[in-house]
Ligand binder design. Structure first.
Ligand code: G16
Length: 542
C-alpha cells in the first residue's frame, strides 16, 4: 500500500475551543478540512511508532471520519490504533482505554452535547497519554500548525471493517477493534458496590435513564439493566443514532424535558438521570426534585466515602470558576483542599495527575474523578446510586439534609444563544472596562465587594490562563459571572451564571429563580445585556 502526501493549504479558523475543534458537519466534510486538522494533530504530538485510541459518539460522519483518521494514522507511521467497534466510544470510555493500554493518546470524534446530523455539528479532539484533553499549549500548537500546513499524509487503502471485534492490518499499522463497553463496565465494578445497588433494585427501586439516542445507551443497558438488575426498559432512547433522533443530546431540564416531566409526575420513579452525546455529562433528578449540577457535586463530595472506590476519602476537590461554591463548603468541613479552575475539563488534569484532587465538577453537568481524565456521566449516576443504596433515603431527603448542614447555594445559568458575535464581544469589552469602578457600588440593595476577569495560575505547572470570565461579587456572598461559550458553532453563546447563598435554617426551599431575582436584575443592569444583544430573556435556563 502506498502513502501519498496530498498537497493542501491552510484553512482559516481551525482553532480548538473549550473542548476540541467543533464546526458544522458540512464544514468538517469540506475538502481537506478533517485531513488538515488531523495532520496538524499528528505533526504536533508525533505519530511514528505510537499507539492511539480512536472512537466517537456515533454522530453523523463519525464512521467515515474514522476511516480517514485511521488511514492518516497509518500514513504517519503509527504502530497501532485501538478503536471502538463501529468507531464508537463514549468520551470517558476512550479516556479509560488510553490509560488502561498505556497508549500515547487518542482522538475522540464528538461535538458532545451539540446536535448531530448532516446540517448539525461535528468535532474532533485529542486526548493525551494521561487520558485527558490536550492542554491549551498543545491545542494552540495544533492551531498554529493548521496555519502553515502544505500537505497531509494518506495511506492508499480501502475502508476496514470496524463492525467486528478483532485485529486488522492497515498498511504497516495494527488496528484492534474492541468492544466499547467491556473495559469501562469492568472499571465501574471496581469503584462501586454493585451488590448493594443490585439489592436496592431487587427491593423495588425504580429508575429512568434517558440516553438521548446518544452514545451511553449500550453502556447503560449493560451496566444498569444487565449487571445491576434494573428493570428492562429502565434505559430509554437507548439506540445511538447518527442524528440523535433529532434530539438535542444535552442533559438539562430544557432538552431532557420528557424525563423532567416524568420525574415531576404522579407516578415518578425513585431516581432519574440523563447523559449527553458523548456520555461525559449527566443530569440527576429525584422524585419531584431536580438536582443542580453544582449541588450534585457537593453531595457527591460529602458522600463519596460510602462507595468502595472512595472509602479512603478524597485528597481534594476542584470545580470550574462558574460552578457554585457549594462543594467548597463540603471541602472545608472535610478539611480537604478545594480548587477553582477555568471552564474546561482540561484544567483538572494536572490536579488529578498530581493527586491533589480526587473529585471534580462543573455547572455544565459534568462530574468526574481520578478514575479517568474526563468527566463521566454514568460514573456520576452510579455514585449517586451507591449513595442512595447505602443511605436508604430519597434524593429529596439527602438534599434537604445537605442544605441544612451546609446552607444552600442557589444557582442558575442563563444562556443567550446565537447572539451576533460582534454584539457579544462589545458587551464583554464594555463590562471589562467598567470592572474597576464597580467596587462599593450598590445594586438591588447589594454592595459590590469585588469584580474581576478570572485568571488562573495552574498550581502544578505554573501555566497562566487569562480572561476566563468576568465575575462580580457582592458582600452578601452573591455573585454573577459572564462569559462567552467556547463550544458553540453559531454566533456567540452568552452564559450568565448566578449564585446566592442562604445559610439557613430559614429560606432553604425557595424557587431558585425567585431566590436569584435580585442578582439577575443586577447582572442585567450592570452588563446591559438587552442593550447590547437585544435579548431580554435567555433561551435556556439550567
Ligand atoms: C465542554 C468542556 C466543559 C465545559 C463545557 C461548556 O464540555 O469539557 O469543561 O464546561 O464544554 O463549555 P462552554 O461554556 O465553553 O460552552 P463538553 O461536554 O461539551 O465536552
Amino acid at each position: 500500500m502506498t502513502i501519498h502526501t496530498v498537497a493542501t493549504s491552510p484553512i482559516a479558523g481551525q482553532k480548538p475551543g473549550t473542548s476540541g475543534l467543533r464546526k458544522k458537519t458540512p464544514v468538517f466534510m469540506g475538502r481537506h478540512y478533517l485531513e488538515n486538522f488531523v495532520q496538524s494533530i499528528f505533526d504536533v504530538v508525533g505519530a511514528e511508532g505510537k499507539t492511539f485510541v480512536l472512537g466517537g459518539d456515533g454522530r453523523y460522519f463519525n464512521d467515515r471520519a474514522a476511516q480517514v483518521i485511521l488511514r492518516m494514522a497509518a500514513a504517519n507511521g503509527a504502530a497501532r490504533v485501538i478503536v471502538g467497534q463501529g468507531a464508537i466510544l463514549s468520551t470517558p470510555a476512550a479516556s479509560h482505554l488510553i490509560r488502561l493500554n498505556k497508549t500515547d493518546g487518542g482522538i475522540i470524534m464528538s461535538a458532545s452535547h451539540n446536535p448531530g446530523g448532516p446540517d448539525e455539528d461535528f468535532g474532533v479532539k485529542f486526548n493525551m497519554a494521561n487520558g485527558g484533553p490536550a492542554p491549551e499549549a498543545v491545542t494552540e500548537a495544533m492551531f498554529e500548525r493548521t496555519k502553515v500546513l502544505t500537505g497531509y499524509r494518506m495511506l492508499d487503502a480501502q475502508d476496514i471493517d470496524l463492525g467486528r471485534v478483532g485485529r486488522v492490518q492497515l498498511g504497516a499499522m495494527v488496528v484492534d477493534v474492541v468492544d466499547p463497553v467491556a473495559d469501562y463496565a469492568a472499571l465501574m465494578e471496581t469503584l462501586f458496590d454493585f451488590g448493594a445497588i443490585r439489592a436496592m433494585f431487587q427491593g423495588g427501586f425504580r429508575m429512568r435513564m434517558d440516553s438521548m439516542c446518544a452514545v451511553t445507551g449500550p453502556y447503560a443497558v449493560e451496566i444498569l439493566e444487565r449487571r445491576l438488575g434494573a428493570a428492562a426498559g429502565t434505559v430509554v432512547n437507548k439506540e445511538p443514532l447518527p442524528d440523535f433522533g433529532g434530539m438535542h443530546p444535552d442533559p438539562n431540564p430544557t432538552w431532557a424535558k420528557g424525563l423532567m416531566d416524568e420525574m415531576m409526575g404522579p407516578d415518578a420513579p425513585d431516581f432519574g438521570a440523563a447523559s449527553d452525546g458523548d456520555g461525559d455529562r449527566n443530569m440527576v433528578v429525584g422524585r419531584g426534585i431536580y438536582v443542580s449540577p453544582s449541588d450534585s457535586l457537593a453531595v457527591l463530595a460529602a458522600n463519596a466515602h460510602l462507595a468502595p472506590g472512595y472509602a479512603k476519602g478524597l485528597a481534594g476537590v476542584a470545580r470550574s470558576m462558574p460552578t457554585s461554591a457549594a462543594v467548597d463548603r463540603v471541602a472545608e468541613a472535610l478539611g480537604i483542599a478545594s480548587f477553582e479552575t477555568p471552564t474546561g475539563w482540561k484544567f483538572f488534569g494536572n490536579l488529578l495527575d498530581a493527586g491533589r484532587a480526587t473529585l471534580c465538577g462543573e455547572e455544565s453537568f459534568g462530574t468526574g474523578s481520578d478514575h479517568v481524565r474526563e468527566k463521566d456521566g454514568l460514573w456520576a449516576v452510579l455514585l449517586w446510586l451507591n449513595i442512595l443504596a447505602v443511605r436508604k433515603q430519597s434524593v429529596a431527603e439527602i438534599l434537604a439534609e445537605h442544605w441544612a448542614r451546609f446552607g444552600r447555594n442557589y444557582y442558575s445559568r442563563h444562556d443567550f444563544e446565537a447572539v451576533a458575535s460582534d454584539r457579544a464581544d462589545a458587551m464583554m469589552a464594555a463590562l471589562r472596562g467598567a470592572l474597576a469602578g464597580l467596587k462599593g457600588q450598590v445594586f438591588e440593595g447589594m454592595t459590590v465587594s469585588g469584580a474581576d476577569d478570572f485568571a488562573y495560575t495552574d498550581p502544578v505547572d505554573g501555566s497562566v490562563s487569562e480572561k476566563q470570565g468576568v465575575r462580580v461579587m457582592f458582600s452578601d456572598g452573591s455573585r454573577f459571572v459572564l462569559r462567552l461559550s467556547g463550544t458553540g458553532t453559531e454566533g456567540a453563546t452568552l452564559r450568565l451564571y448566578l449564585e446566592r447563598y442562604a445559610a439557613g435554617p430559614a429560606g432553604l426551599n425557595l424557587d431558585p429563580q425567585e431566590a436569584l431575582a435580585p442578582v439577575i436584575r443586577a447582572a442585567h443592569g450592570i452588563a446591559r445585556i438587552a442593550g447590547f444583544t437585544g435579548r431580554e430573556t435567555p433561551d435556556v435556563v439550567t
